[in-house]
Design a protein around this ligand. Structure first.
Ligand code: GLU
Ligand code: ZN
Length: 499
């Protein structure tokens, strides 16, 4: 068996995209499952649109998801790793120049002197004639003398690949047998621009060949590029790797996932409190499944069970609700102390925007984990859920304090009676069971529905109708604050609804 070598080749022209993360994951899974090598290579030849900040975002994002590579480039804080470097294309220009020379010398590629205007005129003619765009092959038959004459005129030359007639066929691991007539490839294509810039089709193949990549696992949007790549591998005298094209990720309306219709940056999900366990689990299910109903799988188990040939062909709809559900499931499975630590930055963020008055200490966060662990779809929901614990007084709408079946006067009596009952029990009995018994007895004695009394208390002390369980919430709030907030709500309702 050959040693598997796979790669992810992101262009640092934007933040880490969900699609790139999914491609990285599937390469990682295949490498880890087979004991192979996972390479990260930066395709940074689009100098105008590439940036170091995007490089960082992509690499940090992948690391944050737990996707580590075996070979890759140097970025701030990280040394280059691996014997096939450099791992960024801008540092590999001499290799492309050398490969270009070889193809030119073997007449597998030729210089094209067509000016942009000439190419544009031809394109317009084709469009008017309803023909598909293709390079007309003007420079393909030029003799050595004709080339020399054009060069002498000072015409810059691009390098074009001579597309041979015939068909290209390959067996894609996901899509099965693919066959295409090379006549459909749009004519001889440019490998190196007249200004010397090598283009994607060329660099990707030179690099995959030089890095001994055995399996090219990438998005289906690249399927139409593959015949060109296969022709280039052959021209370079290199064995053609296996290909696996992953299904497209779709918006809910089944169009290709786009920024306009879906949130696409991995960072944004992380910032909202999607945790890496859930993200990785969800990304794995975008195109792959165990073949069973099982959905909640940790990364190491996915690695163990992953099978490239089990990847679906059908497009995978990105369903945010399902991701949220999965995220909630994963949050429940976290160790409580770990969850507390992961929540702290989100509470800090709440404090920064003024939604809470102070940043709680880690111990305080640990203490409320039983209240929140089963109720967080995302970590970022923590402020909404228990922010009332960390403010001096929550904003209170008196109308909201009055339960549907009650009026202002009943609410005032209910809250006052609850306050008195809690106070007469004293601080020692201030626990969830004691509170529940006391308040149920109080409701019964007044012939109130317990639910109404509890709702009035809930809103009185938190300002909200939906909170963690009431009695645990009161305990978290503490004896003094519970009494104070009940008294305050009582006053507010009384003055808002004079009898
Ligand atoms: N830079 C390309 C991309 O991010 C790489 C494509 C490939 O894997 O060949 O889409
Ligand atoms: Zn030409």
């Amino acid at each position: 068996m050959t040693h598997v070598r796979v790669r992810i080749a992101p262009s640092p022209t934007g933040p880490l995209h969900i699609g790139t993360a999914r491609t990285a994951l599937f390469n990682y899974l295949y490498a880890r499952h087979t004991g192979g090598t996972f390479v990260l290579r930066l395709e940074d030849t689009d100098v105008a649109r590439s940036s170091e900040a995007f490089e960082r975002d992509i690499l940090d994002g992948l690391h944050g998801l737990g996707l580590t590579w075996d070979e890759g480039p140097a970025v701030a804080g990280l040394d280059e790793r691996g014997p096939y470097g450099p791992y960024r294309q801008m540092a590999r220009l001499p290799l492309y120049a050398e490969a270009a020379e070889r193809l030119l010398a073997a007449d597998l590629a030729y210089p094209c002197y067509c000016t942009p205007q000439e190419l544009e005129t031809e394109r317009r003619r084709q469009k008017a004639a309803m023909e598909p765009p293709r390079y007309a092959g003007t420079c393909a038959p030029l003799t050595r003398e004709q080339r020399a004459a054009r060069a002498a005129e000072g015409r810059p030359a691009a390098l074009r690949f001579r597309v041979p007639p015939g068909t290209v066929a390959f067996d894609d691991i996901v899509r099965g047998h693919v066959e295409i007539d090379t006549a459909a490839l749009g004519g001889d294509f440019v490998l190196v621009r007249a200004d010397g810039t090598p283009l994607y089709h060329f660099t990707v193949v030179v690099d995959d060949a030089a890095m001994d990549i055995t399996h090219v696992i990438r998005g289906e949007d690249h399927l139409s590029n593959t015949p060109k790549h296969i022709l280039l591998f052959r021209a370079l005298g290199h064995e053609v790797p296996a290909f696996a094209h992953l299904p497209l990720i779709l918006n809910p309306d089944r169009t290709k996932m786009s920024k306009r219709k879906s949130q696409t940056a991995v960072d944004d999900y992380v910032a909202q409190g999607f945790i890496r366990e859930a993200l990785v689990n969800y990304l794995a299910l975008l195109g792959w499944s165990t073949g069973t109903e099982e959905e909640i799988l940790p990364l190491d188990e996915i690695v163990a069970r992953f099978d490239l040939s089990a990847v679906n062909r059908a497009g995978a709809v990105f369903d945010r609700d399902r991701l949220e559900w999965l995220n909630g499931q994963w949050i429940r499975r976290l160790d409580p102390d770990d969850l507390a630590e992961r929540l702290l930055p989100f509470l800090e963020a709440e404090a920064v925007v003024g939604a809470i008055d102070r940043i709680p200490a880690l111990d305080e966060v640990r203490a409320i984990i039983p209240l929140v662990q089963e109720r967080l779809p995302v970590l970022g929901a923590i402020g909404d859920l228990v922010g009332f614990l960390f403010v001096a007084e929550p904003p209170l709408d008196p109308a909201l304090v009055i339960p549907k079946r009650w009026d202002g006067a009943t609410t005032v009596s209910g809250l006052a009676a609850a306050r008195d009952a809690i106070e007469s029990n004293g601080q020692v009995a201030f626990d969830a069971e004691g509170l529940e018994a006391t308040l149920r007895a109080l409701a019964a004695a007044h012939d109130w529905k317990a639910g109404d009394l509890f709702m009035a208390i809930r809103v009185a002390v938190t300002g909200r109708t939906a909170t963690p369980p009431l009695f645990e919430t009161l305990v978290a709030l503490g004896y003094e604050r519970t009494l104070a907030r009940l008294a305050r709500a009582c006053d507010l309702v009384r003055s808002a609804s004079p009898t």
